[in-house]
Write a protein that binds this ligand. Sequence first.
Ligand code: LLP
Length: 458
Amino acid sequence: MPISLETLTAPEPDGSASGLWPTNVKRVGGELTIGGVPASELASEFGTPLFVIDELDMRQRAAAWKLAMDTAFSDLNGAKVFYAGKAFLSVGVARWMKDECLAIDTCSEGELRTALAAGVPGAMLGLHGNNKSRAEIELALDSNVAHLVADSLAELALIETVAAERGASASIVLRVTTGVHAGGHEYISTAHEDQKFGLSIASGAALRAIEETLAAPHLDLAGLHSHIGSQILSLDAFKAAAAAILELRATAAATFGYVIPEIDFGGGYAVRYTVLDDVPPAPSHYADALAASVRSHIEATNLTAPRVSIEPGRAIAATAGLTLYTVGTIKQVQLEEGSRRYVSVDGGMSDNIRPALYGADYTVALASRCASDETVVTRVVGKHCESGDIVVKDAALSADLAPGDVLAVPATGAYGRSMASNYNLLPRPGVVAVRDGSARVLVRPESVSDLLALDADA
Ligand code: LLP
């Protein structure tokens, strides 16, 4: 299919206007600056590839979710926002979230210890996972994690054992599957039946888990949880899932005489990756849709309103971040329908697996200087030994692009560094936070020496 330059042209970095770039990005003297720091300065000081996070932008997104939920649930029983650390977590980011009054959702010992290292108290922590180790459960109990999210009947039994050993009581949130299937890609849709997460409402496993939790001497049933997938634009999908989980709460109240105090609606709120993507609903639209579902539930059942929580990850981190790469080899490839320019950069699938894993599309701009008027259809590719190692599939980039130019790929703040690998033994990039004209390292860039340090024979 011929590629039209018109649809490919990435909007110039313009702060929040296109919804693709961090708010504090602009061009100064032709060069992209992020949080007041020129791209070329970041590239030369910290090297490329480099993840750059606009601190104020990320904090503002976190604060916007908190405000939207507090407002929507002000006449109900209040709301809590957990930042889903899997999108990107470091001690610095956990501190930002704590400052903005967000809780943190973790899903491994590594994430939990990172949040604890930031001084986040157990009351503001959740722990997920479909296969938690005994050590992870012990750590969660010892840290008084408020949302210990149980994913199976077997896990409930293990948590009961570990809690009993400690003479403690575990605050359990049961992850249930509502049957609602939403979100962009099959691999990131998590509420249909044929997948590994949660306790199915349809099969009766969820109700049985409620019964077992209530009967267990060392388990406290704090809540129910549902997460229906990622990158979900449809408010109706959230409403359908909310209706299903709230109905389960009503069934539990009628069957066991116990009103489950909390409901967590999970994450999955969408962001914009390219100009071709729809503009996602604002946090207040998602929050209002969830609050409307809760209101109809309490009207229909006369139960007290649950305390509600949500777990946005991408919607807080993605657009706050971008990746800088340096241009290397440039190659013109002849195709039957014309020719395509391949521009290789110094990273690729080891710092952003999403194009290879989900077919995700991104956009890109020349960051270190002004582009020429003429643009060329370009594929930006990485330096890995895989032909699927694509950074940006189709982009309109300056015709005079040259080795050494710095490119910026926006919307990589979520699931970039957190899913990075050492494929081909590439060191993983560092992450810097920029704010008010200065840059601060959040995560050090790895070096080949770091990799060799793990090699027992080196
Ligand atoms: N809560 C739970 C229980 C989750 O499993 C997830 C994501 C979230 C919250 C946050 O979802 P978000 O708001 O960020 O969409 N690596 C993939 C997405 C898989 C995420 C898995 N769980 C990606 O790069 O798109």
